[in-house]
Each structure stands twice: as structure tokens, then as C-alpha cells.
Design a protein around this ligand. Structure first.
Ligand code: SAM
Ligand code: SF4
Length: 524
């Protein structure tokens, strides 16, 4: 399946936030795997007969990855078959991200590749290679050399349906039809429940359909979810966000916070365990703000514990936690249940209380450090990771220095650091004292160097220790495997065993790098 990730930003990836697309040296992509009910034979025959195929490319975070798994499930349920390339597909879908400008731009450049001939800026001339062509402007300039001739397929009477899903869809709305008139479906994530109906309308011959409401209290649940990873299953427990951080588009693009009922979550976890998944990851933009809408009224920490007790589940992860709603009860749940992984991703964004206030993050540096202290006092070590933004409007040299001292104080195991990107509709767009791009880059570089050194020292202390690893990658090199520890560290290791993928094994660390550990399998 086509898949790409927002790597326009610098990340320190000692510990991967799952699904973030970090390359694992020598790793392999797990086979595609269908969970849930398979679609009917009749549906499959129809799909083969009418060539109902879809291509789905995902940009952005794990929430988008998982939304795509559900969107794929909806299409599979209607008898569609997933294909690897847009050329081979009847329906081409991009599930988009607009969290930073670069991510949003990428989508429009993809859409540009699908531009039909009569929409081109200039004529296209075939090159000697009939599969490629030059795109030439009216004034004779060659705009693009040898680009794959997708537009031929778009025009080839195949009646392709091109759709934009996700955050860019929600943000740009019907303007996408103006910018790319060859698009026929625009649907934001808060309207995914309508997707089957929208697809039916397109199948019935409608030229353009949209799902752009954010005013909803519904979550997106499907009968079929086509999961990409055979061992780790994502599960969205809360959608949308009510937090309104001043730099962030999510509240506009994903709608208000709405939680899924605990009984339905637990039932799905049981089904996943029966289907052979051993790791589940509970997802939400602010996962720990979960508010059970059912009469059981489970707190997030109670839900975590209940998921951890489902037979067959060996690892439970959750991301992303908001500091405001992070309390002792979550740390106690981790302490009480070894199946809950010892890793908490707790984005701080800045070490300066003044900047945090301007960001409307609802906590001060000191309050954030109180949450960190809860984790540091836990009975088993908890690895802590975070997100940071540098170059927020008005961030002084002194504010930035406070972010650096926070790194020293917390000793994170990994940091995802981003240059501030001004986004449409957000309050920070109008804030004074913008920081020049070059200065943002300089601060990002300093932060990354400082954190890399912290990770190097922390990881070196682990040499000689033994960790349980879920094996999820096999190298082309003989006897080389990779996997993740409970703390979500990447472990590359050697073992002469023939088959280990999906197994839990014991690995002793022999050396360490800032972003990964190296070891040798010592047992099961
Ligand atoms: N809900 C999570 C939280 O509150 O921490 C984060 C979700 S957001 C999809 C992931 C990260 O993107 C944020 O933690 C923040 O660091 C970064 N981010 C969001 N908006 C940004 C912007 N306008 N510019 C740069 N980074 C941004
Ligand atoms: Fe965006 Fe803030 Fe909500 Fe996170 S908590 S998704 S950063 S508004």
C-alpha cells in the first residue's frame, strides 16, 4: 500500500512513536493482514468483474494511519480490492495531514500528478518512452520532464474517482474542487461515518460529493478494519480535540472530542486477541482525556487496566497523552499491570511558561514537571518521550534556553521536535514577533544536538541489560532481526533462529546508539 510520512521535520527517534514511519535498518514491511469479517464472495466477484479497485495513500500521524485502515475496511466491505499503485486503481484516495504547512503542500503536489490533460498549464508531449512525457508550458518552458503519464489513465475512459480525505479535506473544503477540479470526493475525518453513503453517491454517477461537517458526537466505527500490522492493532478510543492550543489545526480539522463506549472498545480488544494480535495501541489526539459515554463511566486509567487484563494481550500502548489530564492513576495502572508498556508520550511543546501560556497549553513548566515526577517515582522505570515546537512567535533566546534546560532536567528518551509552522484559522497566526525560518532552523539544530547526546548517554547505560522484544523486522543480512522493547526502543539483534517474526524474545544489549540498541538474543 502506498504510504508516506511527514518527514519534513526533524525528529529524534530513539524511541519510535509507533506508526511514525521510522526506517528500521534492514527491517521488512509486515504482510498486509485482514482483521474482522472478510467481505463476501459475491462482493469480491463484483469487484473483480467491474474492476472496482482502490489505492489509498496516507500522510501524517498514527490516527491517520488507523483511519486509513478503517476507510480501507469500508471499501473492502463494498467489494473493492486494494491495489499498490494509483495507475491500477479505479478510486484514488489521499488521506491527508495539515498539521504543518509542508505536509499540506505534499498533498497538492500529489494531486498535481493526477491533473488531466485539459487541465494542464501547457501541452504534454510524448517522449520516446511512451509511458513518460514532458509537460511543457505554453511559452515553451519544460515544466516537468519524464513524469509518469498518470493523466493518460485519468483520461482513458476509466472514470477514475479521486478523493481527498482527512485534515486537508476538512481545512480546504470545497476549495479543493477549485484548485483540483479532477477531484470528486472531499471528506474530513469527522464525517467518515458518511463515507459509505458518499461512495454510493459517486458510484451512482454523482460528480462531486463532500462530507465536511464537524458538528458531530459520533465516532467512526466500521465492521471491517483492514489492519496493516499483523501483531500491533491500533484502536481509536477518542476522536477530535477540545483543547484549542493556539498553534494547532486539529480542533478545526477533526472536530470536537468524542469518546467511544468502553464496552465496544473492550469487545474489539477481545476480538483482536482472538485474531492473534498481542499488542494494542489506544489512540486519541488526547487519549487520556477519554470520557466513557456509557453508564459504566470508566476513567481512562480503568479502561487501560481492563484492556491490559484481556487474555492474549501482552502489550498495551496509548498515545498521545495531554499533560493536563495526566494523573497518578495512570502511573498506578502502569505499575499494577506489566502488560501496559512502560512508555509515556507526554508532549510538552516548550520549557518556558510564558510560551506555554501563549500556546494556551493550560499548564506551566512547573506543573508539567510535577507530572514527570509522578512517572520518575513509579515502581518500574517509565520511558518518557515528548513533542517540542521551536520558534513559536515571541519565543525569546531565554525562552528557548528554558526548553534546553527542560531537556536536561527531564532526560527524555526521545523527542519529536518541530519548527513552528503558521497554520490557517489558528490564533497564533496573528501573533506578533514571528521568528525567521533561519533562526527556527538554528534552534532546532541546537535542540537536536543536545537531545542526541542525552539519548546516547541514557542508552549506553542499558548495555548489559536484557529486555523483552517483540520481533517485527527481519534483515536481508543473515541472522539479523529487529523489534521493539516495552519502552518502545528499537532493538537490532542477532539470532540464528529461522523464524522469529511476531515472537517475544529476550535480548541482551551489547551496544547502544542514540536512536537504537544493538543486542543478541538470549532466550524466549
Ligand atoms: N494532541 C497532541 C498534544 O497535545 O500534544 C499532539 C497532536 S499533534 C498532531 C502532534 C504534534 O505536532 C504536536 O505535539 C506539536 O508538537 C506538533 N504541531 C502541532 N501544530 C504545529 C504547528 N503549527 N507547527 C509545528 N508543530 C506543530
Ligand atoms: Fe492540537 Fe493541542 Fe489538541 Fe494536541 S491538544 S491536538 S496540540 S489542540
Amino acid at each position: 500500500m502506498g504510504k508516506s510520512f511527514d518527514i519534513g521535520l526533524e525528529r529524534l527517534t530513539g524511541i519510535g512513536v509507533p506508526g511514525d514511519g521510522q526506517p528500521q535498518e534492514g527491517g521488512i514491511k509486515p504482510p498486509l493482514h485482514d482483521a474482522g469479517r472478510p467481505f463476501s464472495d459475491q462482493g469480491k466477484q463484483e469487484a473483480d468483474a467491474v474492476g472496482s479497485t482502490f489505492y489509498l495513500e496516507t500522510f501524517g500521524c498514527q490516527m491517520n494511519d488507523h483511519d486509513s485502515e478503517k476507510v480501507a475496511g469500508v471499501l473492502l466491505g463494498r467489494g473493492y480490492r486494494q491495489v499498490e499503485t494509483p495507475e491500477a486503481a479505479k478510486v484514488i484516495l489521499y488521506n491527508t495531514c495539515s498539521i504543518r504547512e509542508k505536509a499540506a503542500q505534499k498533498v497538492f503536489s500529489r494531486l498535481g500528478e493526477l491533473r488531466p490533460a485539459d487541465e494542464q498549464d501547457g501541452k504534454c508531449f510524448n517522449t520516446e518512452d511512451t509511458e513518460k512525457e514532458h509537460r511543457v508550458h505554453r511559452d515553451g518552458r519544460v515544466l516537468e520532464k519524464n513524469h509518469p503519464s498518470l493523466r493518460k489513465i485519468v483520461n482513458a475512459g476509466g472514470g477514475k474517482i479521486i478523493g481527498v480525505l482527512g485534515c486537508v479535506a476538512q481545512q480546504e473544503g470545497e476549495e479543493i474542487f477549485e484548485r483540483a477540479p479532477w477531484v470528486s470526493l472531499v471528506c474530513g475525518s469527522a464525517s467518515y461515518r458518511k463515507l459509505p453513503q458518499l461512495i454510493a453517491e459517486l458510484e451512482a454517477g454523482n460528480r462531486r460529493v463532500t462530507g465536511l461537517d464537524t458538528d458531530t458526537d459520533e465516532t467512526f466505527e466500521t465492521e471491517i478494519t483492514r489492519r496493516d500490522n499483523p501483531w500491533r492493532a491500533y484502536l481509536t478510543i477518542i476522536e477530535g480535540c477540545d483543547k484549542a492550543c493556539s498553534y494547532c489545526v486539529v480542533p478545526f480539522t477533526r472536530g470536537p472530542e468524542r469518546s467511544r463506549g468502553s464496552a465496544s472498545i473492550l469487545e474489539e480488544v477481545r476480538q483482536l486477541a482472538d485474531a492473534g494480535y498481542s499488542e494494542v495501541q489506544l489512540l486519541g489526539q488526547t487519549v487520556n482525556s477519554y470520557a466513557d459515554p456509557s453508564a459504566r463511566n470508566m476513567r481512562f486509567s480503568e479502561l487501560l487496566a481492563a484492556v491490559a487484563e484481556v487474555g492474549g494481550i501482552r502489550r498495551v500502548r496509548f498515545t498521545t497523552s495531554h499533560p493536563r489530564d495526566f494523573g497518578k492513576d495512570i502511573v498506578e495502572a502502569i505499575e499494577a499491570h506489566p502488560t501496559i508498556c512502560d512508555n509515556v508520550h507526554l508532549p510538552v511543546q516548550s520549557g518556558s511558561t510564558a510560551v506555554l501560556r501563549a500556546m494556551a497549553r493550560t499548564y506551566s513548566r512547573e506543573e508539567y514537571l510535577e507530572k514527570i515526577a509522578l512517572m520518575k517515582a513509579a515502581r518500574r522505570p517509565i520511558s518518557i518521550t515528548t513533542d517540542m515546537i521551536v520558534g513559536f512567535p515571541g519565543e525569546t533566546e531565554k525562552d528557548f534556553e528554558e526548553t534546553l534546560t527542560l531537556l536536561d532536567e527531564v532526560q527524555y528518551d526521545s523527542v519529536f521536535a518541530f519548527k513552528y509552522s503558521p497554520r490557517p484559522n489558528t490564533p497564533s497566526l496573528k501573533m506578533a514577533d514571528a521568528i525567521p525560518e533561519e533562526e527556527k532552523g538554528r534552534r532546532l539544530g541546537i535542540l537536536m544536538d543536545r537531545q542526541r547526546e542525552i539519548q546516547r548517554v541514557r542508552n549506553e547505560k542499558l548495555v548489559g541489560e536484557t529486555f523483552e522484544v517483540l520481533v517485527d523486522g527481519k534483515s536481508r543480512r543473515e541472522n539479523q532481526w529487529s523489534g521493539h522493547t516495552s519502552s518502545n526502543r528499537v532493538m537490532n539483534f542477532t539470532s540464528p533462529e529461522q523464524e522469529l517474526l511476531g515472537d517475544y524474545v529476550q535480548v541482551k544489549v551489547s551496544s547502544a546508539m542514540p536512536n537504537s540498541l544493538v543486542g543478541e538474543m538470549v532466550g524466549r
